[in-house]
Design a protein around this ligand. Structure first.
Ligand SMILES: Nc1nc2c(ncn2[C@@H]2O[C@H](COP(=O)(O)OP(=O)(O)OP(=O)(O)O)[C@@H](O)[C@H]2O)c(=O)[nH]1
Length: 333
């Protein structure tokens, strides 16, 4: 494909098209470069390496890069690097063009940036890649501005990051969100609900006399009890926006964005009923009484509270009111 026609097809600006840069046929250049020291060197680099000219046409490519894109070297050589990017916004294209559009005397070393590559051998399969672009010195370019692009597959890195992030946000014992995640989520949802004039509710749940349960059955049974309560809360969440978290030792919290006071109260009643059923079956003291919970429910409607901290304080006060009034009950305004 003619290079200028290619750029037009990509919708490039006419100023870019009119740049008077010397561009030889890629195949001709490939034959020229493949036996050069540069050509031999990139084959030994243990990274995916692509050399492009100022128009983005691929002039050299090593085996790692060819495997990453999922296309043979021969096919890649007649293509433009940008045609393999998945770039709906066009931001990556403009950035690459900016890097390649340097004057010939200028040395370019772009900080690495992320692009998504459409893998050619796996339809609809995209891979996130970090790319850095540097201009090659004149003696290696044979009078033709050349740029070396190093591509690093981010798939493994992203998977590891996701695993670590999940771990950092999860309570080890119950598998619910931990307090850190709860706090972040409440902050985000508080801002979102307030800016959209939507209510937001909070339920705090504290197990009654849990110390007695631990004293009677031991800490391992206590842990099992916390885990089962966590599972039940998780199963009771009405939608994906609702977040159940372990707030402290034997305390749980539920964030309910876009949820009215009435709906939050009904949910609290339902959860308490389910917990009572679970308790009657599994968590009964030798005195024959079962494990119970106390709950505080607060809702920010019509800007009742000035901050998320005030909402949290309100739910906490209501929870302690439930404790003070004899436990095993729900308090709300
Ligand atoms: N097994 C187990 N126990 C825990 C864990 N975290 C906190 N606890 C126990 O929870 C109990 C909390 O005791 P308190 O704060 O006195 O509260 P309580 O006995 O539930 O009494 P009230 O809240 O006043 O009804 C303590 O005995 C803690 O050891 C945990 O991860 N596992």
């Amino acid at each position: 494909m003619q290079i200028n026609a290619y750029w037009r097809q990509l919708g490039m600006q006419s100023s870019m098209l009119s740049k008077n840069k010397t561009v030889n046929s890629p195949l001709k250049l490939f034959n020229f470069y493949k036996d050069s020291s540069l050509g031999r060197m990139i084959n030994f680099i243990n990274e995916a390496v692509i050399v492009v000219n100022a128009n983005g046409t691929i002039e050299m490519v090593n085996a790692n890069a060819s495997a990453l894109i999922g296309q043979t070297r021969e096919v890649l050589l007649s293509e433009n690097l940008l045609s393999f990017f998945s770039d709906d916004t066009g931001k990556v294209q403009s950035h690459v063009i900016q890097c390649l559009d340097s004057s010939e005397s200028e040395t370019i070393e772009s900080p690495p940036f992320e692009v998504v590559i459409k893998q050619q051998n796996k339809p609809y399969h995209n891979v996130s890649v970090e790319i850095s672009i540097s201009s090659l010195p004149e003696e290696l370019s044979a009078n033709n501005s050349l740029f070396i692009c190093i591509l690093r597959d981010l798939t493994l890195h992203k998977a590891e990051y996701a695993t670590l992030k999940k771990k950092a946000e999860t309570d080890f014992l119950t598998g619910l969100a931990n307090r850190h995640k709860f706090s972040d989520y409440l902050t985000r949802q508080w801002i979102l609900c307030n800016s959209n004039n939507l209510p937001i509710s909070l339920i705090l749940i504290d197990i009654d006399h849990f110390k007695l349960f631990n004293d009677e059955y031991g800490h391992i049974a206590g842990d099992r009890c916390l885990k089962r309560i966590g599972d039940l809360l998780d199963l009771s969440m009405p939608n994906r926006d609702t977040l159940a978290a372990r707030y402290g030792g034997e305390e749980f919290a539920i964030v309910l964005p876009n949820c009215s006071a009435q709906t939050a109260q009904l949910l609290a009643i339902r959860i308490k009923r389910h917990l009572a059923q679970l308790s009657s079956r599994h968590f009964v003291f030798s005195s024959n009484s079962r494990l119970t919970v106390s709950m505080g429910v607060a809702t920010n409607e019509n800007h009742r509270y000035e901050s998320k901290e005030s909402l949290l304080n309100a739910a906490d006060t209501l929870l302690y009111q439930a404790k003070a009034q004899g436990r095993d009950q729900i308090c709300y305004l």
